[in-house]
Ligand binder design. Structure first.
Ligand code: SF4
Ligand code: SF4
Length: 469
């Protein structure tokens, strides 16, 4: 039985409801009246249900597709403006007791050397990332209670927040670690994490159990209910995602939206972010053995997600190529990783050994990506203001749903870009960035914000740091 606010995974991610939604989408995919009605409602910027969203995704009409793409871009601009938030992953450990068949870190892969960074190595990696200009990290680690217990993760977070090198500082640490218990989520909350990220991989229970044949992650219910436990523990910014390619993309698309609806209904707070990774080659992993999602479908998935959950940050990683990232930036993406290394110690301390979880496609430096975003009229942002100002969970959502977060995102993007230009940019990027900051500053209509921002920008040029709205 489908019950959106149930405590049980198989009720809020109800297989029968997903299958009925897929069936309904098949029946209505060419019904122009239905489609037009959904698009009209989407223009109110209140999002769409999973049933509406899958109908849009199923439709193949090129004109409708164009309408979807235009609307997705419009919605992104309305909620978040033209800023794109940048971050990098930091892999702490690849010890893992799970058997995920699509991941080279699975314990059965004996070709994979294992490594866990020491606190000193973390320091070296973080200084390297700070010297690039990063302010926001996503910590990644395999699941291994002996080699990588929660105490190690907490110690690592503490180490990272303490590192201040030149003007560098990591101001927000997001965490992507295995599903755990409420008391551990409480500890993560107390350690000052930003978002807790956990990918569902696939919502199809049967297939999930096959893809995760062993280890604690095999337990579908425990994994799927993890975000509820995190919320109960007080972590009110959570990040969802599926690994597109593991199951039918349609099934996972509907499951993902049902999960978002569940969190919203039960806790009053939808997902802070949604990530849309597609499966990539890696040690022992060939994506051809999975259901790869073609580019044209992938673009539509991104656009319809933006329309369906307009308030949520949409994240794309360096798994995707420069060309694909350029296209989907205009379809609702609001955060991207940049200059990422997906290997434990891969930035500096263990560069020679490839311990990557997957191959990246976009291998450009952070400066190249900043310049590229500026050229494309996006504002690269290193902003971390919200959780530092207590704008999390319900508070964040109510500001964002009222379309007021833009008043913070825009100025903060310019402030953090100015810091980047002062401390890390190449001459070429600095010149272009300065020009764009002046242009964007003049666009700010609210006089108080304009004047304060102008003052802060001048103070950054004089050596001060870390202003925020
Ligand atoms: S996906 Fe995560 S849990 Fe699964 S094997 Fe890889 S690191 Fe371990
Ligand atoms: S103001 Fe908040 S939502 Fe906007 S970029 Fe900064 S942290 Fe993100």
């Amino acid at each position: 039985m489908y019950k959106v606010d149930s405590d049980f995974a198989t009720e809020f991610i109800c297989d029968a409801e997903i299958l009925e939604s897929l069936d309904c989408a098949k029946k209505n995919k060419n019904n122009l009246d239905v489609i037009k009605n959904i698009l009209e409602r989407a223009k109110n910027l209140n999002g769409l249900s999973h049933r509406d969203a899958i109908i849009l995704l199923e439709n193949n009409d090129k004109n409708i597709e164009q309408e979807i793409f235009t609307l997705a871009n419009y919605i992104k601009q309305k909620f978040y403006g033209n800023r794109i938030v940048l971050f990098a992953p930091l892999y702490l450990s690849n010890y893992c007791v799970n058997g995920c068949v699509y991941c080279p870190y699975c314990f059965a892969n004996k070709n994979m050397p294992r490594k866990k960074l020491t606190q000193d190595e973390i320091k070296q990696e973080v200084i390297f990332l700070q010297d690039m200009g990063h302010k926001r990290l996503a910590l990644e680690s395999g699941e291994d209670p002996i080699n990588c217990p929660i105490e190690y993760i907490l110690e690592s977070i503490n180490t990272i927040y303490k590192i201040k090198h030149k003007h560098g500082a990591i101001r927000r640490v997001n965490i992507n670690i295995a599903a755990t218990e409420i008391n551990n989520y409480k500890k993560l909350k107390a350690a000052g994490i930003g978002t807790y990220i956990l990918f569902q991989e696939t919502y199809n229970k049967k297939n999930y159990e096959k893809l995760h044949p062993s280890g604690p992650k095999h337990n579908y219910n425990y994994h799927t209910e993890a975000m509820d436990r995190a919320m109960i523990a007080g972590i009110d910014d959570v990040g969802l995602g599926v690994l597109f390619g593991l199951d039918s993309y349609k099934y996972d698309f509907v499951g993902l939206l049902m999960h978002a609806e569940h969190l919203e209904k039960k806790f009053g707070v939808g997902p802070h972010t949604i990530s849309v990774p597609r499966i990539r080659p890696a040690n022992n992993i060939n994506p051809e053995n999975f259901n790869s999602v073609p580019d044209n479908i992938f673009k539509k998935i991104v656009a319809v997600l933006r329309i369906a959950v307009p308030y949520t940050g949409l994240i794309i990683s360096t798994r995707e190529s420069k060309e694909m990232r350029k296209e989907i930036l205009g379809l609702g993406i609001s955060q991207i990783s940049a200059a990422s290394n997906t290997s434990v110690g891969g930035y500096l301390v263990n560069k020679k050994n490839n311990l990557a979880q997957f191959d990246t496609d976009d291998k450009r430096s952070l400066d190249e990506i900043v310049y590229w975003l500026l050229e494309l009229n996006h504002i690269p942002s290193f902003c971390t203001a919200c959780y530092r100002e207590g704008r999390t969970g319900e508070k964040f959502m109510s500001i964002t749903k009222a379309k007021n977060i833009l008043n913070c995102c825009g100025p903060n993007a310019l402030l953090t870009l100015q810091e980047y230009l002062e401390d890390y940019a190449s001459e070429k990027t600095k010149m272009l960035g300065e020009k764009i900051i002046s242009r964007e500053l003049e666009k700010i209509e609210n006089k108080k914000t304009h004047d304060l921002l102008e003052k802060y920008l001048a103070r950054i040029k004089n050596g001060e740091r870390d202003f925020r709205f």
